[in-house]
Design a protein around this ligand. Structure first.
Ligand code: PXP
Length: 242
């Protein structure tokens, strides 16, 4: 298939992680979002966790009010997060599994096993005009479940690919999942654990419409600045598509 345009969503959670380490207001994640926009990011992604370990409610409100780029709010499937999403009306919401003790989002959402919990949340977000995506493992069962839930978008978890020891062909799993999802009419995104070294193979999958990248970019920004890190990431994505 002809590759479609590939967007870059920049996840700025870890700017807030650094800010919160000292409890003040520096560095400001909203300033990072402005810089991401200047560097050509297509969207901003932020995860409001139950424990507020990085982004805060005020950050989400400011991102919606002050940033021109579309905001993709990552959220757990809870009543609290649903209410916050409906209040702030981000462009998109990505539903992720959340466990209190995890360091980051560790697995994909069980879209198949949690149909009854997810269905009303997908419906209410969609009714409010918020584009819903489900963050899932690249497994046919989960893709079919996401389709059945009526989510227009899935985000494939690239963590197992990024951390693979090579014993399983994780890239082939992503490729097959992207093909299946596209054949069902789903828009396909991907993210987690992507950096300069591994982004190319994922960006080359022609069905993908968006990558969401955070931790690596914020880490790289320490050395080169955020704008340079984002421009380099985009150049690598474009080279992989060319
Ligand atoms: N996509 C989702 C759904 C995530 O939960 C995360 C991490 O918050 C990312 C993408 C970005 O992952 P990373 O920070 O490893 O680039």
């Amino acid at each position: 298939m002809t590759a479609r345009a590939l967007r870059l969503g920049v996840n700025i959670d870890h700017v807030a992680t650094i800010r919160n380490a000292r409890g003040g207001d520096h560095p400001d994640p909203i300033r990072a979002a402005h810089q991401a926009a200047a560097a050509g990011a297509d969207g901003i992604t932020a995860h409001l966790r139950e424990d507020r370990r990085h982004m805060t409610d005020a950050d989400i409100a400011r991102l919606v009010a002050e940033i021109d780029l579309p905001l993709n709010l990552e959220m757990a499937a809870t009543d609290e997060m649903l209410a916050i999403a409906l209040k702030n009306r981000p462009h998109a919401a990505c539903i992720v599994p959340e466990r209190r003790a995890e360091r980051t989002t560790e697995g994909g959402l069980d879209a198949a096993g949690k149909h009854n919990t997810l269905a009303p949340i997908v419906e209410r977000l969609s009714a409010a005009g918020i584009r819903v995506s489900l963050f899932i493992a690249p497994e046919p069962r989960q893709i079919e479940a996401a389709h059945k839930l009526g989510a227009p978008v899935i985000e494939l978890h690239t963590g197992p690919y990024a951390h693979s020891d090579g014993s399983v062909d994780e890239l082939a799993r992503l490729a097959e999942a992207a093909r299946l999802a596209a054949s069902l009419g789903l828009e396909v995104h991907a993210g987690h654990g992507l950096g300069f070294a591994n982004v190319g193979s994922v960006a080359a999958l022609p069905e993908l419409a968006e990558l969401n990248i955070g931790h690596f970019l914020i880490g790289e920004a320490v050395f080169t600045g955020l704008e340079a890190a984002i421009r380099e990431m985009r150049a690598r994505m474009e080279a992989a598509r060319a």
